[in-house]
Design a protein. Structure first.
Length: 257
């Protein structure tokens, strides 16, 4: 196994290569909008309290990724009703900190994983399995997607087919896929992209995309990739990494380049 050192840093995120392996570690930090449960007057519940007019609208703006609009609605409500518990709780959600550590590790096969120019993307063949380690600072909803060289979207997490883990992830390091399972690049040579989105609340559209990607075929996977990127690009906790697929490895360990 090629053991990687972990690097923690703010945007922009990048890869760094060390002897025998790749470091792909990042810290998606900042005060992100947070949703674990929807606040209700006097406590937490899934439905807004009737005594908090406008809260449903603020929740909808947050779930759509329009955090500035949600914050503006929250600020106006707190100015009008300074001590209202539901708005105070919601404001706490919007400003709760979240940090997520990310590391990609690979198991060098015979496909030439170390064929990589300094500063360039990691290059793997199908004989170089890899996995991802995600380390949220608090309980968090994490979404990990991959696009292949043809632009087709794959949901790595959440995905019952790759791991038994479910959202929300507990704080601490989590391996994806779970157990002894690993990920591999596409047999089609070209650039692949890994995308990570994290939040302290469920993002309904990303959850839906993950479910649809699990059974999607053909051109629909490309459409899902476009839809995912359109939704994810506005998230405050959003990371993007490149991995170059060398394609299928030959029996002698060489690749079809």
């Amino acid at each position: 196994m090629s053991k990687l050192d972990v690097i923690i840093f703010q945007h922009p995120l990048a890869f760094r290569l060390f002897a025998g392996g790749l470091v792909a570690a990042g810290l998606l930090g900042g005060g992100a909008a947070v949703r674990s449960l929807v606040p209700k007057c006097g406590g937490w519940f899934w439905k807004a309290c009737p005594a908090c007019p406008g809260l449903d609208e603020a929740i909808a703006e947050r779930d759509a990724g329009r955090y500035d609009k949600a914050a503006a609605l929250t600020g106006a409500a707190l100015r009008a009703h300074p001590g209202q518990t539901c708005w105070l709780d919601f404001n706490t959600q919007l400003n709760s900190p979240l940090k997520v550590g990310f590391k990609l590790d690979f198991l060098p096969g015979r496909g030439g994983a170390l064929r990589r120019a300094p500063g360039g993307p990691l290059r793997l063949s199908t004989s170089d399995p890899y996995y991802v380690l995600v380390n949220p600072s608090v309980k968090a909803y994490v979404y990990l997607f991959q696009t292949d060289p043809a632009g087709n979207l794959t949901a790595i997490f959440p995905n019952p087919g790759t791991t038994a883990l479910k959202n929300p992830l507990p704080p601490g390091e989590q391996r994806i896929p779970g157990g002894d399972h690993n990920l591999t690049v596409s047999p089609q040579a070209g650039m692949e992209h890994l995308y990570l989105v994290a939040a302290n609340w469920e993002i309904p559209e990303l959850q839906q995309i993950a479910q649809q990607a699990a059974s999607a075929k053909g051109g629909s996977r490309k459409s899902l990739a476009q839809r995912f990127l359109a939704r994810a690009k506005d998230e405050k906790h959003f990371g993007h990494w490149d991995v170059e697929s060398l394609g299928a490895a030959r029996p002698d360990g060489d690749t079809k380049e």
